[in-house]
Ligand binder design. Sequence first.
Ligand SMILES: *Cc1c(COP(=O)(O)O)cnc(C)c1O
Length: 476
Amino acid sequence: MPTHDTAYDTGDLWRDAALRAVAFRDGIGARPQRPDAGYTEMLAALGGPLPDEGCAPRAAIAALAAAAEPGLHAMTGPRFFGWVIGASHPVGVAADWLTSAWGQNCGNHHAAPAGAAAETAAADWLLALLDLPRESSVGFVTGATVANVVCLAAARGATLRRAGWDVEAKGLFGAPPITVLIGDDAHTTVFSALQLLGLGHDRVARIATDGQGRMRADALARALAQSGGPAIVVAQAGQINTGSFDPFEEIVALAKARDAWVHVDGAFGLWARACPEVAAQAAGVADADSWATDGHKWLQTPYDSGYAIVRDAEAHARAMAAAASYLPAAGAGERDPTHYVPELSRRARGFATWAMIRHLGRDGIARMIARHCAIARRMAQRLGREPGVAVLNDVTLNQVIVRFESEPGAEQGDAATMAVIERVQRDGRCFVGGARWRGRWVMRLSVISWPTSEADGDAAVAAILDAWRACRAQDC
Ligand SMILES: *Cc1c(COP(=O)(O)O)cnc(C)c1O
């Protein structure tokens, strides 16, 4: 057995890790759709004094797996409906393993030609899939949170440049104020992005939304009319609870009339564009200026993978590149990944995206999204038929929010809804989460995992209804 200070038997080590991965994945549907152990137990298993002595490579990995596995959540399982997250498709994972094994520092195209070219190629595919302006630049980042930061940095730079201020060089002190207009039901990470960029999470005009969480165009029109100077409108494709889409055609028309930048947070919802059955809901979104979306949600790439897409590639590069290097030193048709992301050294994220699109193809992606939306509708119909169960959103995409109330009453309904969620999680046949919507607790179901079938949806509905009936029997 090789040790830490002798030659490594890499094949032995990696085959062992692969077999562990296979065993974990093969067992995922059969195990409870929740972790067996909690954080405190995990800290006890993984914590402890700093090891003075090393151990053999396989022993280190065996120790890691033995300690970690009880605390792993079945996020890649077929009946995982929590949050809004993808399920690390095996093809994406395989590409990601190779990415790590190849060990490319994917900062520029000279150092990492394959990694850089995979991003360029995958970027073209993404723009075609999402039907966004083909001249847009794409930064391969860790997720939609950072994609929102990157896109809003480009927006900040471009809107201030139009007002005669170079924010990349001079910073925000002394700059003309930017008005940020954002829907009242925007995702929390957009506010984090604004906070990071010095635009402030409270220093925004919050625009009223309708019952589905869509920005109201009339309210936006009024707010825009009241504001002057540089402006950024933040719209949303896919509200985290309802799956709804802002009215982009109206929003973009209003913003353009006022010379405002339109950014769209479309972490999962932008993928509706890749599916003819649901694409119409996002009509007009391609006329925006920037878009944040995720690979590790609907495209099912492993973590971490998100895309910052900006129509004005130069504004994008100016916002990200360090002094002067933004002007591509690369010749025409060459692209340095680092010009479109905050980092210099980074993994070659394009490989996993490339492999997932190569594997599923445009048709496979469209079929998967259509299937998820159909399962969501079916689950909503079945749940909504049960007395005391109300589906609160129009299920037009993959999101379902459900309220449990035997008799009308906010408090009783909150308690009952939380009790049902708790019971479903303990039961372990499926995983669902909770959220607050319009001041009330709801169960949130997100159908967005590649292994989820109609039968999994039905099994989850059965588990949820069992939990609800048990709660009712106990008057909870
Ligand atoms: C998930 C999500 C985000 C954040 O994306 P991460 O990949 O977690 O960084 C932002 N906006 C919406 C609408 C989301 O669903």
